[in-house]
Design a protein around this ligand. Structure first.
Ligand SMILES: [Zn+2]
Length: 282
């Protein structure tokens, strides 16, 4: 696993910048989803209702922020159907005090359509993604229907263009992006899936994104239905636990799509007008 120095060449946060808050921004939901859609293989999960939420995350402090993932737009949601878009995650970030100009870095955990939609609205943000992830989406397998169906072509083209202009930090393994913020290649769900570890004071948070869509995936050791490598998905669960653990405690692991996040976290001040859309992790 490649390890890089504390402040890499492509770092965009000031060296003295530190994260102070982490927010979960819920930008869409699909209430009609069923249990059997969310677990891989021959596990009998039944047809009970199991709604899915769609999140991005904002790592914020001192007027600047790192956005983790870029959602999908209302147009893409409408085309794919059955999804209720709740509003632009960038507008939610702005309401929290972090307009587009304040978002210096954009971590893309993986290339699926629900994580890349607003990349084009953040032209000045440095994109951090795994080299292996971008490489897969321009590989000989990318056109296969099972992969192609969960990609947005225009988002991929935007990432390729951004890379050609030097706007993408392609990571090979682990990288420290700022004080207290690091990314870690886990693969499994996709070829180059990465998770994000954030330390705020003595609190450790692992933003698992789709390394674990729901708490139940990681807590019951049951991988999600869409896999690039199922053994790597099990290893990704272990890695997330390891990254969340400090000498004295296990920190929070935040899944990518679980409505139960809303029960476990505190909503932000209702005066912000973000009811039902933003929760504070730290
Ligand atoms: Zn996702």
């Amino acid at each position: 696993m490649t390890r890089r120095p504390l402040i890499p060449r492509n770092a965009t946060m000031r060296p003295e910048w530190k994260p102070e808050h982490i927010y979960a921004i819920r930008y869409a939901t699909r209430p009609t989803a069923l249990r059997h859609e969310h677990f891989y293989g021959h596990i009998d999960c039944g047809d009970d209702s199991m709604p899915i939420d769609y999140f991005v995350w904002l790592i914020a402090g001192q007027g600047e922020a790192i956005l983790v993932d870029a959602g999908f737009t209302p147009e893409v949601g409408a085309r794919r159907g059955d999804r209720i878009h709740l509003g632009s995650p960038l507008e939610a970030a702005e309401a929290l005090g972090y307009p587009i100009a304040a978002i210096k870095s954009l971590i893309i955990t993986h290339g699926h359509y629900d994580h890349t939609g607003y990349v084009h609205e953040l032209p000045a943000a440095k994109v951090h993604m795994q080299e292996r992830e971008l490489a897969f989406w321009v590989s000989r397998h990318a056109h296969k229907e099972m992969y192609r169906a969960i990609l947005e072509e225009n988002d991929l083209l935007e990432l390729v263009r951004r890379n050609l202009s030097g706007g993408v930090d392609l990571i090979t393994g682990d990288a420290q992006l700022a004080q207290g913020v690091s990314v870690h290649l886990v693969s499994g769900h996709t070829a180059g899936m990465q998770v994000v570890r954030v330390v705020v004071d003595d609190q450790v948070v692992v933003l698992a994104s789709d390394a674990s869509h729901f708490f139940e995936n990681i807590e019951a050791d049951k991988p999600f239905s869409i896999t690039h490598s199922t053994p790597q998905m099990f290893d990704a669960f272990d890695r997330a636990f390891e990254l969340a653990s400090s000498a004295t405690a296990v920190g929070q692991i935040i899944p990518g799509h679980d409505p139960r996040v809303r029960d476990r976290l505190a909503p932000v001040d209702p005066a912000l007008g973000l009811d039902g859309r933003v929760w504070q992790i730290v």
